[in-house]
Design a protein around this ligand. Structure first.
Ligand code: IPE
Ligand code: IPE
Ligand code: MG
Length: 253
């Protein structure tokens, strides 16, 4: 029996975020070059995107390349960028066919011109789709994003477009890359590391965190179902007491 049958389809997270980690170790364990791991990781991306679309998940954010990853050896960075261009080119039609809307968060200006262009074209091409929103975090880091938001807020205040006294959480969020997207309820990190590595620091404030030893190239639909099942056992209290949450659920049902 698939774990899928055990899922409560009424209580799926609207937004899942994943730190796709472990490609390098996966390859090394097989006596291969790190880039082989990144290539194999694309198969997991395909599988997980398809699974989320099938389940009716609204948003999936995938951490594909961090600001800090630019400091990796040049050959690896170049290999990842090339893989990115080829994958988008190959997959854009499938995204459209599956009604998936592509989006990106991060500093696109840092990407090689061709990668940036492919990305922008794919975003435009899929912009009218109404199914899953797939958000790729590319050249992304949360500190970059938050500092950038602060800069834009300061600039708007200086121009007189924004009154600093009106800056609330709602206003601040409009300046983040994720403006318009709900916060992730479930954050998954593969490959054993229990850290956030500069990912969505603002948006993950109340996310349920799920860490698994499975390396990203081995992570497939059943692993995702397992993560969601685990999520569904958690009580999300948002600072309240368990009794308050249960009372509220009784009122709703
Ligand atoms: C994640 O896998 C992919 C990127 C960060 C681009 P890693 O390349 O970090 O794999 P490990 O952590 O070294 O095994
Ligand atoms: C986080 O993985 C970034 C991505 C998965 C894209 P890293 O492998 O770069 O994180 P650290 O360096 O182990 O914290
Ligand atoms: Mg890693």
């Amino acid at each position: 029996m698939s774990l899928k049958d055990k899922l409560d389809l009424q209580r799926l997270p609207k937004h899942i975020a994943i730190i796709m980690d472990g490609n390098g170790r996966w390859a090394k364990e097989r006596g291969q070059d790190r880039l082989y791991g990144h290539h194999e990781g694309v198969e997991s991306v395909r599988n997980i995107v398809e699974t989320c679309a099938e389940l009716g998940i609204g948003y999936l954010t995938l951490y594909a390349f961090s600001t800090e990853n630019w400091d990796r050896p040049v050959y690896e960075v170049n290999g990842i960028m090339e893989l990115l261009v080829n994958t988008i080119r190959k997959e854009v039609n499938t995204l459209s066919k599956n009604n998936i809307r592509l989006n990106v968060i991060g500093d696109l200006d840092m990407l090689p011109a061709q990668a940036k262009q492919e990305m922008e074209e794919a975003i435009a091409l899929t912009s009218h789709n109404t199914g899953l929103t797939l958000i790729m975090a590319l050249s992304y880091s949360a500190r970059w994003e938050i500092v950038n938001a602060a800069k834009k807020i300061a600039a708007d205040a200086q121009k007189g477009i924004l009154d600093p006294a009106t800056v609330s959480a709602d206003v601040f969020e409009k300046y983040l890359c994720t403006a318009g997207f709900p916060d992730p309820e479930l954050m998954i990190r593969t490959s054993g590391e229990c850290r956030i590595s500069n990912f969505l620091l603002y948006q993950l404030a109340y996310a349920e965190l799920y860490f698994t030893d499975t390396r990203w190239p081995d992570f497939r639909n059943e692993n995702l179902y397992e993560a969601i099942l685990n999520y569904q056992t958690r009580e999300r209290r948002f600072g309240k007491t368990s009794e308050q949450i249960q009372q509220n659920e009784e009122i709703i049902s």
